[in-house]
Design a protein around this ligand. Structure first.
Ligand SMILES: Cc1cc2nc3c(=O)[nH]c(=O)nc-3n(C[C@H](O)[C@H](O)[C@H](O)COP(=O)(O)O)c2cc1C
Length: 171
């Protein structure tokens, strides 16, 4: 038995998605609508709402980093999702330590499990988000992997992984 809806707002289903802090220059934006789209070259797509300040920054600078923070930062990430970079200095407010900046001046956050350095190679406007497709030209992998990714299910709900199992590779 299914309940059927014709829009996302009313359909209160849980779709946990890995969440990242997208940095364009010094501005941080939580993002969970993103996905890998090509292995070689490694390309990644992010969907950014047009009214977000990050959208302006991406159009101007054509580059960004994706900082995959661990589950323990969920309160902070949630707070960042309520602020806008044109009126708040979110980086200063976050208190997060910076590892450095990439060649395009986008911040790299020390608390990340891993970081992607990205340069936009294409954009696609459809609906209320713009899809920015980017080449991932550097991948930083933290020597200390937490195994606790931050998953976001919408409406302020966060989770992390329970058991990770490896499936049998033999057919
Ligand atoms: C966990 C989480 C995930 C989010 N994912 C996205 C996303 O993928 N794309 C988007 O445009 N906004 C997303 N948002 C909303 C933006 O982060 C939010 O509007 C933010 O304040 C925009 O900041 P800015 O105006 O400085 O760009 C998300 C918010 C949260 C809390």
């Amino acid at each position: 038995m299914f309940n059927i809806y014709d829009n996302l707002e009313n359909a209160t289903h849980s779709q946990p998605r890995v969440t990242t802090l997208l940095a364009c220059q010094d501005n941080l934006m939580p993002a969970s609508w993103h996905m890998p789209i090509s292995k070689s070259p490694f390309r990644y797509a992010i969907a950014v709402r047009e009214e977000n300040y990050t959208h302006n920054l991406l159009e101007k600078h054509q580059s960004f980093t994706l900082n995959f923070l661990t589950f323990e930062y969920y309160e902070l990430v949630n707070m960042m999702g309520k602020l806008h970079g044109d009126s708040e200095n979110k980086l200063a407010k976050s208190g997060l330590e910076i590892e450095g900046k990439d060649i395009n001046n986008n911040v790299l956050l020390s608390a990340s499990d891993f970081i992607y350095e990205c340069e936009v190679c294409d954009t696609y406007k459809n609906g209320d988000h713009t899809i920015f497709i980017a080449d991932v030209f550097k991948i930083h992998v933290n020597e200390k992997q937490s195994q606790k990714p931050m998953l976001f299910s919408g409406r302020g709900r966060y989770a992390t992984l329970g058991n990770t199992v490896t499936a049998n590779k033999r057919v």
